[in-house]
Ligand binder design. Structure first.
Ligand code: SAM
Ligand code: SF4
Ligand code: SF4
Length: 347
């Protein structure tokens, strides 16, 4: 009988899923809107006109986001990544970061951004307590960047954003680069050359089949193993020890001391076994995998719930029942599911 009683959470209670993966990291989308229309994420031709984005009143408020993150921290989350859509378009983001940074038990708050609004916001974000920044930048070629961002990105604005972040004190900014064969692959070595010696590690990300609308095709993926060989011929590199089992990137360092480079190979070398990441959309839907086709709506428990234990119990039971390993099962028969869109979920 005891088993049926709701758990009472008086202290931090770690939770594990069906494959003994603990809940350690939360990726929280703070808004689904974006000022870019990247062809691999939110292609303009697939947005179904007005009403595709959440109305602002449907977003969790700052206070609600704080309650949500506290519940995840009680269950073992130590790292939080703020994402979107473009997180910097959420009004008042630095104030939200400040609230989240004050949550006891949370060791690290990172944010992923397309970088253009950093010129205005980097200082406030640093002051608010943001620990780390990732800036997405796919190429230094303005024409290709223009195309990949759906006609929205200007290279100068993103580089100015990175400089503003450096000036605000972010010393080690990760640069996320999605590689698509025949689109930006011939510009990758220039991008690596630019960031060598800057202290900012570039991470080459294999183009993924996220969402339903990015026209993904396996032949557009450049396996990261190819990059490792190509880069080695120009600049010798050697592998680094993973800093944790949950690390998504395989890290290498340049032998000549010019810094680090990461490879995120979720197509050719899936890493589901170490996946300890939960994801929540800006309207409170909890997903246990980047490629999920359905999630659990936590909003009623956050907005109208009276007992914080109920929220924690729901998260606990969803995570305990988790058995996701999409990237390892990709391509298997019966695996062609409809997936949540990347810009709703964040990367
Ligand atoms: N707007 C922010 C940005 O672009 O950095 C944050 C949200 S974006 C969805 C998070 C990360 O997902 C970005 O680094 C982006 O490049 C990556 N991403 C989006 N679509 C992708 C895809 N199809 N394959 C691989 N990475 C993707
Ligand atoms: Fe926007 Fe980021 Fe998606 Fe590009 S990758 S469309 S910047 S959310
Ligand atoms: Fe985690 Fe799903 Fe990606 Fe596997 S496919 S690493 S379970 S998010």
């Amino acid at each position: 009988m005891d088993m049926l009683l709701p758990l009472k959470f008086t202290e931090s209670l770690p939770v594990q899923d069906g494959f003994q993966r603990s809940l350690r990291e939360l990726r929280l989308s703070v808004i689904d809107r974006c000022n870019f229309r990247c062809t691999y994420c939110m292609p303009a031709d697939s947005l179904q006109g007005r009403g595709v984005f959440l109305p602002l009143e449907k977003l969790l408020t700052d206070h609600e986001m704080e309650d949500l993150v506290r519940a995840f921290v009680d269950l073992g989350v130590r790292k939080l990544r703020i994402t979107g859509g473009e997180p910097l378009v959420r009004p008042g983001l630095p104030a939200l970061i400040e609230q989240l940074a004050a949550i006891p038990g949370l060791d690290d708050i990172a944010l992923t951004t397309n970088g253009v609004m950093l010129t205005r916001l980097a200082g406030d974000l640093a002051e608010a307590g943001l620990s780390r920044l990732t800036v997405s930048l796919d190429t230094l070629n303005q024409e290709i960047l223009h195309h990949m961002s759906g006609g929205k990105a200007r290279l100068g604005h993103i580089l100015e954003g990175i400089s503003a972040a450096e000036a605000a004190g972010f010393r080690r900014i990760k640069i996320n680069t999605v590689v698509q064969r025949g689109v930006n692959d011939h510009t990758i070595m220039d991008l690596l050359a630019h960031f060598r010696g800057s202290g900012h590690p570039v991470r080459l990300i294999e183009f993924m089949d996220v969402g339903n609308s990015n026209h993904w095709n396996k032949s557009d993926v450049v396996p990261n193993a190819e990059w490792i060989e190509t880069i080695r011929q120009k600049w010798p590199i050697r592998p680094l020890e993973p800093s944790s089992a949950a690390e998504t990137a395989q890290r290498f360092e340049y032998v000549d001391g010019q810094g680090e480079i990461g490879f995120i190979s979720s197509i050719t070398q899936p890493f589901c076994g170490g996946c300890t990441r939960a994801r929540v959309t800006a309207d409170g839907i909890f997903y246990t995998c980047l490629f999920s086709n359905s999630g659990t709506n936590l909003m009623p428990l956050i907005r109208h719930g009276e007992d914080p234990d109920e929220l924690r119990n729901r998260i606990h039971s969803v995570w305990s029942a988790r058995n996701d390993r999409y990237s390892e099962e990709r391509g298997l028969p019966g695996h062609d599911q409809k997936k949540v869109e990347m810009y709703r979920l964040g990367g």
